[in-house]
Design a protein around this ligand. Structure first.
Ligand SMILES: [Zn+2]
Length: 322
């Protein structure tokens, strides 16, 4: 174990002794990163192993040469996003027999005197890390990737590098792409309904951003959502129906802008008149009846009623074989 370099400690007073060596594609030697402490937050540690990255990509483009991408942060064109590196642990996990699959989001040339971009990006990374460790904690590993904290290194090839290490969460879910099935679309609709049920509105589930924020994890066979820089918590969703597929287009009953946008994007709505959609009408009645029966109770909440309705709808469909 090498001590944290003074230069890094001066930039990041909360830097810890936790270190990981990362071998980055295109760079000859491995680089030691140190974990940053974020006040009040706890993160899982990534595997205690050498981590090996692939060539980085920017907005999905991985054709950049090492000479090009190591300039990230010094060139106006490169500051729009972070560099993303797919990454694997060197050795398989003894329990699962599989190497860990991770994603690194990295900012280079932090604290470069010519530009403030690095500061802004690292600030945003820190904000998002806090969300992962607090409001989003219970969703990690399922709807959202596991967050392994923020790490910094003093490098010869990219100045001060700061990265977020995340569990690899899959590939962008493309409509009419390889993972597109009606079940998978419904799974994304259910995921977003879950977020709203917990009072969270993602804030960037509109075209064209939605295409980057919905990922399909083919290993775990689950949908994932990423990028929480514009998320709101304590959101009071006005829906009267869950987001799922319908034979009609009950947007006036779904009422919630984000759910409607996602539903339209995923093409979940059919052409039947809402008034003739028996299932929708029954689901509304179920919600009303539950409200009437339970509204006076101390434990009652609108979300509890909506959850009851959602479960009813799932069962109804199960028995109807749809
Ligand atoms: Zn909503």
């Amino acid at each position: 174990m090498a001590p944290v370099p003074d230069h890094l400690r001066a930039l990041f007073p909360t830097i810890t002794e936790h270190e990981r060596r990362i071998f980055i594609a295109g760079i000859d030697a491995d680089t030691t990163f140190y974990m940053l402490d974020i006040e009040g937050c706890k993160f899982s540690l990534p595997p205690d192993d050498l981590l090996i990255t692939q060539t980085p990509s920017l907005h999905g483009d991985s054709t950049m040469s090492t000479d090009e991408w190591t300039q990230w942060g010094t060139d106006d064109l490169l500051v729009v996003s972070a560099l993303c590196f797919e990454c694997f642990s060197a050795r398989p996990d003894p329990e699962t027999g599989r190497t860990a699959h991770l994603m690194l989001k990295m900012v280079l040339h932090f604290a470069n005197e010519d530009t403030n971009e690095g500061f802004e990006k690292v600030w945003a990374m820190g904000k998002e890390a806090k969300f992962y460790a607090t409001y989003l904690l219970s969703l990690q590993g399922n709807h959202i990737p596991v967050h392994y904290g923020m790490w910094a290194a003093d490098t010869l090839w990219g100045g001060v590098a700061v990265c977020t290490i995340l569990e690899y969460a899959g590939v962008p879910f493309k409509l009419r792409g390889p993972y597109d099935t009606s079940e998978h679309r419904a799974a994304f609709a259910s995921l977003v309904t879950d977020l709203h049920h917990c009072g969270m509105r993602h804030g960037q589930l509109i075209w064209p951003f939605i295409a980057r924020h919905f990922l399909w994890d083919a290993t775990k066979e689950i949908p994932r959502v990423v990028d929480f820089t514009l998320i709101s918590f304590h959101y009071d969703c006005p829906r009267l129906l869950p987001l799922t597929w319908y034979n009609s287009s009950p947007t006036q009953l779904i009422r919630c802008g984000e759910l409607i946008d996602v539903g339209l994007y995923l093409e979940l709505f059919g052409g039947k008149p809402v008034a003739d959609d028996e299932e929708v009408q029954k689901a509304l009645k179920v919600l009303q009846d539950y409200e009437e029966k339970n509204k006076g109770k101390a434990s009652y909440s609108a979300e509890e009623a909506l959850q009851f309705q959602r479960e009813w709808l799932q069962q109804h469909r199960h028995y109807a074989g749809t």
